[in-house]
Design a binder for this molecule. Structure first.
Ligand SMILES: [Mg+2]
Length: 124
């Protein structure tokens, strides 16, 4: 069994998802990926990640719905959930916090900054 901190990546864009998983691996994390919002809650309950990186725009159940599901369940409500969004415009941070996210990372991610962001959320 791995003792690396687990991070669940919910992202439907395959190249983005692979990039995030590669970066997490480089950073010493165990990344778990899915392209489906429908799978996020079940995976989170089973794997108990310390952090969920959650794309807002997903083809089925979207990120805004998934974060509410995660925050509504006893087993998953303490897991940090960070939005992955291409729409990092002024005012959006407050919107994401209101929606239940613990923060957001805007895409495209800067490789050098990404792991720093992850570490920051895990230490908060
Ligand atoms: Mg997407």
């Amino acid at each position: 069994m791995s003792s690396k901190p687990k991070v669940l990546v919910v992202e439907d864009d395959p190249s983005n998802r692979e990039l995030f998983l590669d970066l997490l691996s480089m950073g010493g994390y165990e990344g778990i990926g899915t392209d489906k919002g429908e799978e996020a809650l079940g995976l989170a309950k089973r794997e108990l990640p310390c952090l969920v990186l959650l794309d807002i725009q997903l083809p089925g159940v979207d990120g805004l719905t998934v974060v509410k599901l995660l925050k509504a369940e006893e087993e998953t409500k303490r897991i940090k959930v960070v939005a992955l969004t291409a729409y990092a415009m002024r005012g959006d941070k407050e919107k994401f916090l209101r929606e239940g996210f613990d923060g957001y990372i805007s895409k495209p991610v800067m490789v050098k900054e990404f792991l720093g962001e992850i570490k920051k959320y895990l230490e908060e």
